[in-house]
Design a protein. Structure first.
Length: 255
């Protein structure tokens, strides 16, 4: 369903992503982890076609995101860290606007909007101006715009950032429902978050990157079988490129 093949992104001498490759099967939910500046958002933007790679390919539902961008973008729903909302628009009107952009057929559009509002529990605020909503409801509107065209693939970048514990639970429940649906209601999901409990609750597999490179690609069951917790894994991989040079320098100093 998702294939990243040697994705790289360079800005002059700065390498934001370095030959990242992985695949995600239909219906799979993957936690995409890494410290700040690891290259997660850059990789997700390349997967969704918002950012062209310097090298490599991205395939979404069989469509090359750069050679067949329209077909690929119809197959993916993207929730960036800061949802692209228009605060002056009303909720239902905004979701309908996104449905038009996503080329949802006119005869199906009203039903698609209603379905997205229902799944994101937005019916009670459908006529409310987005700018008057709480942070939690704005995140729900962001999710609604990501799923209104019923894409098989969802890429979610920090969907619970800045939310209070109750709002986090609500959004986490919604993501779990999107991941556990049947047939066309079940989505393949790549979820980027710093909340490791969220990954344990929703995901079956983790991909961890650091310094623009893929470090880990394993299922949670495999990690548990080896006695490795996500916190330990994250700390080990996030500091590996720092600890090794320091240890080497200390050894040289001792000599």
């Amino acid at each position: 369903m998702i294939e990243a093949k040697g994705l790289s992104k360079r800005y002059g001498d700065i390498v934001a992503a370095d030959r990242i490759s992985f695949s995600v099967e239909p219906g799979e939910v993957v936690g995409f982890l890494g410290p700040n500046g690891a290259g997660k958002t850059t990789t997700m933007r390349m997967l969704t076609g918002f950012l062209p790679p310097t090298d490599g390919e991205a395939i979404i539902a069989g469509h090359d995101i750069f050679r067949a961008p329209l077909a690929a973008r119809r197959a993916v729903g993207y929730l960036p860290e800061n949802p692209p909302l228009y605060p002056e628009m009303r909720v239902a009107a905004y979701v309908d606007y996104v449905a038009r952009i996503k080329d949802v057929p006119r005869r199906e559009r009203a039903a698609a909007v209603d379905r997205a509002l229902e799944r994101c529990d937005l019916r009670d605020v459908a006529s409310q101006v987005i700018g008057t909503l709480s942070k939690g409801y704005k995140q729900r509107v962001g999710l609604a715009q990501a799923i209104v065209h019923d894409p098989p693939v969802l890429i979610l970048d920090e969907p619970t950032i800045g939310l209070d514990p109750l709002q986090i639970r609500e959004i986490r429940t919604l993501i779990s429902e999107l991941a556990s649906g049947e047939g066309a209601d079940r989505h393949t999901i790549v979820l980027s978050t710093h909340i490791l409990a969220e990954v344990e609750a929703i995901c079956r597999r983790v991909i961890l990157i650091n310094e623009g490179r893929k470090r880990v690609d394993r299922t949670l069951d495999e990690l548990k079988g080896d006695g490795i917790g996500l916190e330990e894994l994250f700390a080990r991989e996030a500091t590996r490129d720092v600890v090794a040079p320091l240890a080497e320098a200390a050894g040289e100093g001792a000599r």
